[in-house]
Design a protein around this ligand. Sequence first.
Ligand SMILES: [Zn+2]
Length: 64
Amino acid sequence: MAPEETNLDLLEAFSADEIGECSSCGQRACVKLRDAPSTFCLACGAVRVGGMRLDVGRNVPVEI
Ligand SMILES: [Zn+2]
């Protein structure tokens, strides 16, 4: 996978009212979780929980 690829294709899995504009990158790719005060951006990867951004300066391990 090329590093510049994003998860924007995953936006299709969410309805329009679940997607908002990202305050970090400005793209309309920020998914809001209904049951938690959390958002995550599929374009730039910004993750916020309860108003705090959690992903800054961290490498999050993923299982592939
Ligand atoms: Zn973003």
